[in-house]
Design a protein around this ligand. Structure first.
Ligand SMILES: [Zn+2]
Length: 251
């Protein structure tokens, strides 16, 4: 797909990402490291095409250094290491695993993403949402069930659905397995399409509330993270409907 960026723009943007990262090494820790991994690999994909070969190798190293073995290796081996991890960040990071497969051909990272998606499905609500209180849970625990009575923060809907759509687009594109499309559709209809709209004052719908006494309300915070992702998710809806495969459009 062609973009409005010239190769000069791509080169400058990638250089900015490189310099920003080197200047702020504290970002490369913990949760921020996972979030950054998603962003860097995403930008790597967007910008590296058209960059001169030497530059391309440089940004390839920039992207691959954030592929977190501690997170991805157990998943690739079929071991669930979700418990206690921040939900949105670590589901979104699976898109980095898919980029590692698409960009450097790493089968390990494809295994990590497909296994992780199965683990995620096993601890999802009937709506397709996941991560009560923004945390992934230990397999076979009662945490998701008990959250129905002890939490009103069931699913970080705009951010979580954005990550879910991005990941299932990758998985559907690579595997062509329709269950990823089914999952995408389930989450779309049951979560973000039912969100309250973003208001001009920054009032944002944040959590779907699956508590037995659940309510549908705006967050107390203005311009929360979900304010950006509800817009980004809306703009991305056409990408969920049409895929280009071998010069054919697939609906
Ligand atoms: Zn959010």
């Amino acid at each position: 797909m062609r973009t409005a960026f010239s190769s000069t723009h791509r080169y400058r943007a990638a250089t900015f990402a490189w310099k920003s990262d080197r200047a702020r090494p504290e970002l490369a820790t913990g949760k921020r490291r996972i979030v950054l991994a998603g962003r860097v690999v995403h930008h790597f994909r967007k910008f590296v095409s058209g960059v001169p070969t030497r530059g391309g190798q440089r940004y390839k190293r920039l992207g691959t250094q954030y592929l977190d073995d501690e997170y991805f290796n157990p998943l690739a081996e079929g071991r669930n290491n979700f418990a206690g991890r921040h939900a949105y960040s670590h589901v979104n990071a699976l898109c980095s695993a898919m980029q590692a497969y698409l960009t450097i051909g790493s089968a390990k990272h494809l295994n990590a993403a497909t296994n992780a998606f199965d683990f995620l499905t096993a601890q999802s609500f009937a709506t397709g949402g996941w991560g009560p209180d923004e945390a992934l849970r230990a397999p076979d625990s009662n945490d998701v069930y008990t959250s129905l009575t002890n939490s009103h923060s069931s699913f970080e809907t705009p951010c979580g659905s954005y990550a879910h759509f991005k990941l299932t687009r990758y998985l559907l594109r690579v595997t062509r397995d329709p269950r990823y499309g089914d999952s995408m559709e389930r989450v779309m209809y049951n979560t973000v399409l039912g969100a309250k709209p973003l208001r001009a004052d920054g009032s944002t719908f944040y959590y779907s509330d699956y508590h037995f006494k659940g309510r549908k309300v705006y967050s107390d915070r203005r311009w929360a993270c979900c304010s950006g992702h509800i817009a980004a998710g809306g703009c991305g809806l056409p990408d969920q409907c049409v895929f280009s495969m071998s010069r054919r459009a697939c609906m």
